[in-house]
Write a protein that binds this ligand. Structure first.
Ligand code: TYD
Ligand code: MG
Length: 452
């Protein structure tokens, strides 16, 4: 017998309590508890469990062969770690209107053409609405089946019937299971629906793509439980007003999480950008005050982007430090080094730093470039070298430390027609044969002589 009981569940973090609370003790959110139903599993005897499970030596376990589908979209394949793994569950999140449904419809059509029936389930749009989008994207695949449905048990029955090679659920927050009284999108429903989908995916070896909405703060709506259950979590980002879209993986059981996919939203759908540097530098203001071009590695791919700094005088005791696309602590560290080593009075100035194009830069690739942009702005002096790319980590003593894959970044710069690169001295040896002027200082001070 399955018993049900009432619990109060925090809609932010999934914390459960037997009684209502004004504030979630776990994540501290106010008014987030709502009443939900929880099924209690019938208790299993230990002896039953012992019969089912069977420990075995690791050398006797066969490593499963990971089979992958080609999604027909190279940028998506890369982010997934080389294609869509059969039987895997992938969550894709992003702001409304960013292009999740568009990306998935394009993927669905490609897979349908190549591997047979694909089932696209939408709980948000009618079949006709999806057809309008498909027409816009020029999708005519006969094997692409559309179903507008929110009852997950009915969806499961259709999946058993038509045995698709790929299933898309758009979105998990609209799906519900009849036996549960809580509303679609609530923590219990989302959790239960995910359990169901996982079972169907693993039993039939069908890959699932599940769309999940994010809250205003950019968190996955509903609980984090979802992230733990699925194999891969992708996030689709970008400014809605600009066309560049970036797909990154936050978690991937079948690949790395450092790769990104770059797309551009056009009037006939998303197109992939295989050389993102060109796009990011399209409107770059070379040699403008406060601007520098930096090189970064996103996974295995070198990318050049523009970084901009604006330094303005302030009377505030605590001057402003505003960053977009870069870690605030990295900026603070660079500012501290510049104050101490170059005697630049940043404490009297507000500082704004922006990575153009919506990329988020991890690591230390941008250090030296950011320092140069900041110096350029505070001194109101532009870089005098023509077409210069800057890479390098800045250490606390003002030394320029080497970075990984510098040779690949220099190669990319040469390919894009750059004339000069400013790189760490220790990286210089690894570079040969590029038709580009190399400046390789070992300290911050030394760098400045050459470029201003
Ligand atoms: P959509 O995929 O519906 O976003 P999401 O599922 O993430 O909410 O895309 C919505 C936006 O994309 C919408 O504002 C219109 C725009 N768009 C294009 O610019 N070109 C296209 O070909 C399509 C299909 C949509
Ligand atoms: Mg959508």
């Amino acid at each position: 017998m399955v018993k049900t009981k009432t619990v109060y569940v925090c809609q932010q973090c999934g914390y459960e309590s037997p009684k209502w609370l004004g504030k979630c003790p776990d994540c501290g959110t106010w008014n987030s508890m709502s009443e939900e139903e929880k099924k209690e599993k019938p208790s299993t005897k230990y002896t039953d469990i012992l019969i089912k499970s069977n420990p075995q030596s690791i050398v006797n376990i066969k490593s499963g062969n990971i089979e992958r589908y080609d999604t027909g979209i190279e940028e998506l394949n890369r982010v997934l770690g080389g294609g869509l793994v059969k039987g895997s569950l992938t969550l894709i999140s992003g702001d409304p209107g960013i292009g999740k449904s568009t990306l998935l419809l394009q993927t669905a059509s490609n897979i349908a053409e190549k591997y047979g029936i694909v089932l696209y389930i939408s709980g948000e749009e009618s079949e006709e609405q999806i057809k309008i989008r498909a027409d816009r994207l020029n999708i005519t695949s006969k094997n692409l089946y559309i179903l507008s449905e929110t009852n997950l048990e009915i969806v499961e029955r259709h999946i058993e019937d038509i045995k698709p090679s790929f299933v898309i659920i758009d979105s998990v927050q609209t799906m519900y299971i009849d036996t549960m009284s809580s509303a679609p999108g609530s923590v219990s429903q989302v959790r239960e629906c995910s359990n169901h989908m996982m079972r169907v995916a693993k039993n039939n070896n069908i890959p699932f793509f599940i769309v999940a909405h994010v809250t205003k703060q950019g968190e996955l709506a509903g609980p984090r439980v979802l992230e733990h259950m699925v194999d891969t979590v992708l996030s689709f980002e970008g400014e809605r007003t600009e066309e560049i879209r970036i797909l990154r993986s936050v978690k991937n059981r079948f690949g790395t999480t450092s790769e990104i996919g770059v797309f551009e939203m056009r009037d006939k759908g998303l197109i992939q950008i295989s050389d993102p540097s060109r796009l990011f530098l399209e409107d770059a203001s070379f040699n403008a005050e406060g601007s520098a071009v930096i090189g970064i590695m996103e996974g295995t791919r070198p990318i050049l982007v523009e970084i901009q700094a604006l330094v303005t005088e302030t009377k505030m005791v605590n001057p402003r430090r505003t960053v977009v696309g870069i870690d605030t602590s990295r900026l603070n560290l660079i500012l501290a080094v510049l104050e101490k080593k170059l005697r630049l009075p940043f404490y009297k100035y507000d500082v704004y730093v922006n990575v153009v194009g919506g990329l988020n830069i991890d690591g230390t690739f941008a250090d030296l470039g950011m320092a140069v942009a900041l110096i350029s702005s505070i001194n109101a002096k532009e870089i005098k070298l023509e077409k210069l790319m800057i890479v390098g980590e800045v250490g606390l003593t003002g030394e320029i430390r080497p970075i990984a894959s510098c040779d690949r970044l220099v190669k990319e710069a040469a390919k894009l027609g750059f004339k000069n690169v400013l790189i760490p001295k220790k990286n210089k040896l690894s570079i040969n044969g590029e038709n580009i002027n190399i400046i390789a200082p070992s300290t911050l001070k030394e760098s400045l002589h050459n470029i201003f």
